[in-house]
Design a protein around this ligand. Structure first.
Ligand code: TYD
Ligand code: MG
Length: 427
């Protein structure tokens, strides 16, 4: 429950709270709208541009969420510096750190003498006034939860304050065509903190993911008015900031022990990009009465369903066995095309037999044990071929035409049993 104090109704003539409307409302003919004016500003990082759908859209508002310490401030400071070099002044407003702290980080990131302005400010009105003065090509607000408006009595970070600050910044972004990037905190269960309206108000919502113990970080779009969602940008945290990773498949497969049972390489598709990831399964006889099923990086219910299919349609004895499934590298896989990889990993571990060498796999598994076709099969197979895989086990529906010129031999399968025969054949 949130208390909403009553505010006086605006006087006739309009509410100036979000900035006075300038002149008459303009109506323009479709054919006369100039798209040239809306050229995207490159962020200086191809991986970040990719998640945004091709660069920063003028006048847009982007929200970047993520756990503390994951690297939000680092990435945005790097982006701010690059944009300042290429597109003009950038204002980096930090409510969390002093100018000295920001600069200290900047020195590790090797930021030179760009037109980058720092502002340690939490008051919305003063922030807007500074924007008016600097007229930046990009505004970064780190974080929205620290900004408060003088017009509300509640504390910074409260629902009312966050909504007020976000709305004002949005109007400011649209009015002055200033692209704005907000940093948002996330709650313990991973959702963005603050009012749900925050996500509705902004044009783009990006999540910064990754495990703190691993060096790589993934930026994912969950909402984007100007591009595809679920597009991924992959970075690596180094001693001198975040570096873009141009070949994520290589990174995600780097620690793989190729001939270990229970390890399968999956061709997944993230947004428009194919990425190879390793799915690992460990099946071991449960010591306790009830078998445990645990998954990380994939949906728990999907795993339960796939295990039931294996049991019923492929005759694997999984009752009483503990099953653990892990998507290596902390990646989150949520497309059905991952099914066949998971099924193969579990079977491989149960039978203690490694999968066929240099073979990757993808395909959706139905309740009848049938393997269903998957979109973008050609892209997936081509990615596997590029990383040196010689064979791909794919849905029969995708074998042939889609994948003919991919440079990798495809083995089309119709059922889970066929797939296991193809993958786990004794050589
Ligand atoms: P930060 O950007 O402050 O995280 P957030 O704003 O999301 O809370 O990132 C801090 C972490 O990144 C910290 O654990 C140190 C690490 N780091 C590096 O490894 N290399 C670097 O060059 C920088 C600046 C930070
Ligand atoms: Mg920070």
């Amino acid at each position: 429950m949130v208390e909403e104090p009553e505010t006086a109704a605006p006087a006739a003539g309009g509410d100036a709270r979000y900035g006075a409307p300038a002149g008459r409302a303009e109506v323009r003919r479709y054919s006369e709208v100039d798209v040239e004016a809306a050229r995207r500003v490159p962020s200086g990082f191809g991986e970040f541009d990719r998640v945004l759908g091709g660069g920063i859209v003028p006048g847009s508002m982007v929200l970047v969420g993520g756990e503390p310490g994951i690297g939000k401030s680092t990435l945005l400071l790097q982006v701010a510096a690059r944009v300042a070099e290429s597109a003009g002044p950038v204002l980096y407003a930090s409510g969390e750190e002093s100018e000295q702290q920001v600069k200290e980080r900047g020195q590790r990131l090797d930021i030179g003498d760009a037109e980058l302005y720092l502002l340690a400010e939490t008051c919305l009105e003063r922030l807007l006034e500074a924007v008016e003065r600097v007229r930046p090509a990009l505004l970064v607000v780190d974080s929205i939860q620290t900004i408060y408006s003088l017009s509300l009595a509640s504390a910074p970070g409260s629902v009312g304050q966050v909504r007020e600050a976000a709305t004002h910044l949005l109007f400011n972004a649209k009015r002055g065509n200033v692209p704005t990037i907000l940093v948002g905190h996330v709650t313990k269960d991973g959702a963005l903190a603050g009012p749900k309206v925050l996500e509705h108000v902004v044009d783009t919502v990006l999540y910064f993911e990754g495990e703190r113990h691993h060096a790589h970080r993934v930026v994912r779009a969950v909402k984007n008015r100007f591009g595809a969602v679920s597009e991924l940008g992959v970075f690596e945290m180094t001693g001198s900031g975040l570096l873009p990773v141009s070949n994520p498949s290589r990174l995600f497969l780097s620690d793989r022990a190729a001939d270990a049972p229970g390890s399968v390489v999956l061709c997944s598709l993230e947004g428009t990009r194919p990425i190879l990831v390793e799915v690992q399964a460990l099946v071991s006889t449960g010591a306790y009465g009830t078998a445990r099923r645990m998954s990380s990086g994939m949906d728990h219910n999907r795993l339960a369903l796939l295990l039931a299919v294996l049991e019923k349609r492929a005759g694997l004895g999984l009752a009483g066995e503990d099953v653990f499934v892990n998507v290596a590298g902390g990646l989150e896989i949520d497309e059905p095309a991952a099914d066949l990889g998971v099924v193969a990993a579990v079977a491989s571990s149960l039978r203690a037999r490694p999968v066929r060498p240099a073979t990757a796999v993808f395909g959706e598994v139905g309740l009848g044990g049938e393997v269903r076709g998957t979109p973008q099969a050609g892209l997936r197979v081509r990615e596997a071929a590029q990383l040196g895989f010689t064979h791909c086990v794919v849905p029969a529906a995708n074998s042939g035409r889609d994948t003919a010129d991919a440079g990798c031999e495809t083995i089309g399968v119709e059922t889970v049993e066929d797939a296991l025969d193809a993958l786990l054949a004794v050589s």
